[in-house]
Design a protein around this ligand. Structure first.
Ligand code: TPP
Ligand code: MG
Length: 671
């Protein structure tokens, strides 16, 4: 009977892939027995109430096997009908090539980039642990769910699996259970030629609980393995399940041919006979459907949880309300006023300091209001200034709000995504800007999934000095800006830093990168109007001393001070110079045209942009007669101040470019 139910999944997978003429039948056919057992007997989810906060999280890290997830979601009773399976991989369907975040149908994260789903899951399991420690009370376990991961050889070959699983072992994430599809095959063939790790030994060395040598097609053996995994609440578990890729396709099973191409009509016919599955494509008999359907069971589980939560609410009304607020992703009622007050206070201080220090100051101001802020650093806590005084380090037992990620930038990024996806948190994590490359695909996934993660990047230019060109970002600012949905802030002083933090915290629909200096920056004076406009991403920081400007000086971060000094010099010569601080190009571009015109009047064609990074993005703003002062080569090892001089980042150079562009534009007008 179990095999028959699993065969329903196999058939749906091979038929949907065939119909789409594209996709990966091998993995779903190989993991069907595992999925059948998991959904039938273990997974605590409620297809009618898919957003239930205490549901188990299931991550398909080997996302190419998406049809496994779609078929199972369909049969389990999620709102995913047969037409959706027939529209596999077609425009506008919920059944995309790789699973795309959609909690409605049980997809907890977007997967496909191998290894990253696993790291997301480590973040989710951490989220469960932290919330449980914070909110559970004796006799009141309102947070108590598992995180399940299906993963393949590819996930384990990827370096990020080492980063994430090593840390998961340290943190003792006992409710994380991973099932390894050990089929000996990846795209290029039998993995023995490129993947010979002793995987069980590897995970044992991480401090995991490992269940070895499980027959992935024997439900009873699998059940014993999963029971064993569930029983260990102190260590994450890896169940190594030997499977046959493409199980049931008599001529192709066990080979890479089943991995990523339709089986073909003849082989599908043969598989139907082999599996004793006489039904037509997409036809699943009613009795099999009934046994897959877990909707009623899920509803009963939610009902029981609702009762538990009501009892919790009676005993701990404040915590219950706070838990709701956190899981709904709402900021505290007094947030807006408190944040505004904190920023005004920072503005009044007029402190000269590095923006990384200002970032810590903003955290000190905001964190007491926001227990949902969970942060960390990839072993650069002191340099990134990410640990505020209310931080409590997370260890193998219990809760906290500060994670020592170790030197694991990529896993950190993916775990921040997992924390955000889990719900209940605003996660942030720090490293040097230059190492944003190491976590780049996690940034992209945050942007693709529109998760409100905050990526803190310090040491943002040649200004970091003596560590030299390996550590000096050149192309990074611009390369972050080109990620769709990613907001990049590069503040020029303490006030803009606090504003950037506030905007990042308030953003619900995507990630933010905060790009901060190592070196001190002077405080800029602002009127209340300018303070308000800073949140628009670009604003007039220094108004010209004339009716209209002769030249616009546009700068970000540490170069704003150069623009300010250059403007003073130019004004002395009778050139009316306006300084536009543009800490977030993305936000500025989202403003209405009227506002943008008021900051950058179209009639003023003499423009200079200054930024210690590649100039690539700026000509779009400076126009055909403008100038850009940037840097297109790698830096050097020397004190930061000297490097700015050496690479021509001086007020004099900005003023000289301004004179050039003003003269050029005047020449045009007199023609
Ligand atoms: C980061 C990343 N690199 C490459 C790929 C392309 N890719 C998809 S599946 C796959 C092979 C994965 O092998 P395995 O996990 O063993 O999957 P199986 O063939 O067993 O289903 C590759 C290289 C990818 N999806 N992600
Ligand atoms: Mg494989």
């Amino acid at each position: 009977m179990r095999r028959e139910r699993a065969n329903a999944l196999r058939a749906l997978a091979m038929d949907a892939v065939q119909r789409a003429n594209s996709g990966h039948p091998g993995m779903p056919m190989g993991m069907a027995d595992i999925a059948e057992l998991l959904y039938s007997d273990y997974l605590k989810v409620a297809p009618r109430q898919p957003h239930w906060v205490d549901r188990d999280r299931l991550v398909l890290s080997n996302g190419h096997g998406s049809m496994l997830l779609y078929g199972a979601a369909h049969l389990a009773g999620y709102a995913l009908d047969l037409d959706q399976l027939k529209a596999f991989r077609q425009l506008g369907s919920h059944t995309a090539g790789h699973p795309e975040l959609n909690v409605e149908i049980g997809i907890e994260t977007t997967t496909g980039p191998l290894g990253q789903g696993l790291a997301n899951a480590v973040g989710m399991a951490l989220g469960e642990r932290l919330l449980a420690a914070e909110f559970n009370r004796p006799e009141h376990e309102i947070v108590d769910h598992r995180t399940w991961v299906l993963l393949g050889d590819g996930c384990l070959m990827e370096g990020i699996s080492h980063e994430a699983c090593s840390l998961a072992g340290v943190l003792g994430l006992g409710k994380l259970i991973c099932i390894y599809d050990d089929n000996g095959i990846s795209i290029d063939g039998e993995v023995g030629g490129w993947f010979r790790d002793d995987t069980p030994a590897r995970f044992q060395a991480y401090g995991w609980h490992v269940v070895r040598d499980v027959d992935g097609h024997d439900s009873e053996a699998l059940r014993r393995a999963l029971d064993e995994a569930c029983a260990d609440e102190d260590r994450p578990s890896l169940v190594c399940a030997r499977t046959v890729i493409g199980f049931g396709a008599p001529n192709k099973q066990g080979t890479a041919d089943t991995h990523g191409a339709p089986l073909g009509e003849a082989e599908i016919e043969a598989a139907r006979r082999e599996l004793n599955w006489p039904h037509a494509p997409f036809d699943v008999p009613e009795d099999i459907r009934r046994r897959w359907d877990i909707r009623d069971r899920g509803d009963r589980q939610v009902e029981r949880w609702d009762e538990r939560f009501a009892a919790y609410g009676d005993a701990y009304p404040e915590q219950a309300a706070e838990f709701r607020r956190r899981m709904d992703g709402r900021l505290p009622d007094d947030w807006e006023a408190s944040a505004a007050g904190a920023i005004e206070k920072i503005a009044a201080e007029m402190k000269t300091q590095a923006t990384r220090k200002a970032s810590l100051g903003a955290l000190e101001a905001f964190a007491p209001m926001l227990p949902e802020l969970v942060g960390g650093s990839a072993d650069l806590t002191g340099s990134n200034c990410t640990r505020h005084s209310g931080s409590v380090g997370v260890t193998a037992k219990g809760g906290g709000n500060y994670v020592y990620f170790g030197v694991r930038e990529f896993a950190m990024g993916a775990m921040l995504n997992g924390l955000a996806l889990h719900g209940g948190f605003i996660p942030y994590g720090g490293t040097f800007l230059t190492f944003s490359d190491y976590q780049r695909n996690a940034l992209r996934m945050a942007a693709l999934m529109r998760q409100p993660c905050i990526f803190v990047f310090t040491h943002d230019s040649i200004g970091l000095g003596e560590d030299g060109p390996t550590h000096q970002p050149i192309e990074h600012l611009e390369s972050l800006r080109i990620i769709p949905n990613m907001r990049v802030w590069r503040p020029c002083d303490s006030v803009e830093t606090a504003v950037a933090w506030r905007e990042a915290i308030e953003r619900r629909d995507g990630p933010t990168s905060l790009v901060l200096t190592r070196q001190g920056l002077p405080a800029q004076a602002r009127t209340p109007g300018q303070l308000a406009d800073a949140a628009r991403g670009g604003y007039v920081l220094k108004q010209e001393a004339a009716e209209s400007p002769d030249v616009l000086l546009i700068a970000t971060g540490s170069e704003v001070q150069l623009a300010m000094a250059a403007a003073a010099e130019l004004e002395g010569e009778g050139i009316a110079a306006r300084v536009v601080s543009m800490p977030c190009v993305y936000m500025f571009m989202q403003q209405d045209p009227g506002y943008r015109e008021s900051v950058l009047p179209a009639g003023v064609r003499a423009r200079v942009a200054v930024e210690a990074g590649v100039p690539r993005g700026w000509p779009g703003i400076t126009g055909p007669h403008g100038r850009v002062l940037g840097i297109s080569r790698y830096g050097a090892s020397a004190p930061g101040g000297e490097l700015f001089e050496h690479f021509g980042f001086t007020a004099e150079a900005v003023a000289a470019l301004a004179r050039e562009t003003v003269a050029e534009v005047r020449g045009l007008k007199s023609d």
